[in-house]
Design a binder for this molecule. Structure first.
Ligand code: 5GP
Length: 198
């Protein structure tokens, strides 16, 4: 049977769009490796180091930047977030699909990356909340964040949505089940791209 190279499914969207849930579900179903990001933000109550994020101090993060360990990194909501090269490249090389949940600044960096493996693997998708009201509701339902954090996130969300046009695919969020069905269908189709077949 022909071998193929992995697809790099890059997903962005405002907080509360449901994108993290989609990415996590895909990984839980064994469809792709979830790229665990580094962040300087404190862990939320239910989060576990090296499962949800690698939680780093600003100093540790800066050391990784200096060592060239990041494929991309950006400041988001006053914290640093970055993707380690090791979370992506080795999987793609082995023909495994990778899903990454990153912001619009990080997405722009990955898109302009000159690594041929990244360029050949990349599939970028923006998850859009159906309406502003829906987004507000979802953000407010996140009991883990304070009022102030929710307001910052809402403001940033509206700005981020202006970047959706730079993505190849856009998923307008409906029900969780329907979103996941369409999300998985995108990966299934991308696996059949002739250019991925060795
Ligand atoms: P949260 O703090 O809610 O987990 O994530 C906040 C934002 O940071 C989300 O938009 C998420 O996509 C983004 N983010 C998470 N990991 C990374 C990363 O490695 N790089 C970049 N650029 N953004 C990230």
């Amino acid at each position: 049977m022909p071998q193929r190279t992995g697809a790099l499914l890059l997903v962005s969207g405002p907080s509360g769009s449901g994108k993290t849930t989609l990415c996590r579900q895909l990984a839980r179903d064994g469809e792709a490796h979830y790229s665990i990001s580094c962040t300087t933000r404190p862990a939320r109550e239910n989060e576990v180091n090296a499962r949800d994020y690698f939680f780093l101090s600003r100093e540790q993060f800066r050391d990784d930047v200096s060592a060239g360990n990041f494929l991309e990194y950006a400041e988001v909501h006053d914290n640093l977030y970055g993707t380690l090269r090791s979370e992506v490249l080795s999987y793609l090389q082995r023909g495994q699909d990778v899903v990454m949940d990153i912001d619009v600044q990080g997405a722009a960096q990955v898109r302009s990356c000159d690594d041929p493996l990244i360029t050949a693997s990349l599939v970028d998708l923006f998850v859009m909340p159906a309406t502003e009201d829906e987004l507000r509701k979802r953000l407010a339902n996140r009991a883990t964040d304070s009022e102030e954090v929710i307001e910052t996130r809402l403001h940033n969300a509206l700005e981020e949505m202006g970047q959706a046009r730079f993505y190849t695919y856009q998923l307008i969020s409906g029900s969780r089940e329907e979103d996941y069905r369409r999300f998985r269908a995108l990966l299934v189709a991308e696996r059949m791209r002739v250019s991925r077949l060795a």
